[in-house]
Design a protein around this ligand. Structure first.
Ligand code: HEC
Length: 157
């Protein structure tokens, strides 16, 4: 402040060059960070949102055979048959089990005329679902210590 009570403009006087350097330096850093953030893509693990070619065929077959009329993923779909989200990794089931039922049906599920190649593709599609998460959602019982009690008995269901 000078005696008249007015402060000197910020772009003159001692330290003005340094202030500008910091100012433009920060803008430059911001631009570099923005460029890095927006030009790098996010890595998605396989199975989570990305279907390989076989699984994509399986997805189309799943629609063509209208499996959705009776089955669900994550609880969404028809309810004549069970949820298929984790069937390829469920205890006592698995890929071969699913393939067998898809090919031959059961007493309750019709044999739909799926060929062995088509069954392989459908199983690849089911495996992609299985690697995307667990359904039903696991029990969650938190303790005051920040742990949760099911931690050591989480069986894959
Ligand atoms: C008309 C209804 C219906 C259609 C259509 C149908 N399913 Fe099923 N599915 C069932 C029923 C009901 C079961 C239970 C069978 C049993 O317990 O005997 C079943 C069982 C299964 C199982 C075993 C699930 C488990 O957890 O044990 C798989 C895998 C399966 N179906 C896949 C398929 C696929 C893939 C298609 C399409 C190509 C399909 N299903 C079409 C009714 C259907």
């Amino acid at each position: 402040m000078d005696p008249s009570g007015q402060s000197a403009p910020a772009n003159v006087g001692p330290g003005a060059v340094q202030r500008r350097l910091i100012y433009f330096g920060l803008i430059a850093l911001f631009m570099v960070q923005t460029a890095l953030t927006w030009t790098r893509s996010t890595e998605v693990p396989p199975g989570l949102g990305t279907l390989n070619e076989t699984a994509q065929q399986g997805r189309q077959l799943f629609l063509d055979f209208n499996c959705t009329a009776c089955h669900q993923f994550y609880g969404l779909g028809g309810h004549m048959g069970p949820d298929l989200t984790n069937v390829t990794r469920a205890t006592g089931k698995g890929a071969a089990y699913a393939r067998g039922i898809i090919l031959h049906g059961t007493e309750r599920m019709p044999m739909l005329g799926v060929t062995p190649e088509q069954a392989d593709a459908i199983v690849a599609y089911l495996e992609a679902w299985a690697s995307s998460g667990t359904y039903p959602v696991r029990g969650f019982n938190p303790t005051p210590y920040g742990t949760y009690l099911e931690m050591h008995n989480d069986d894959d269901q």
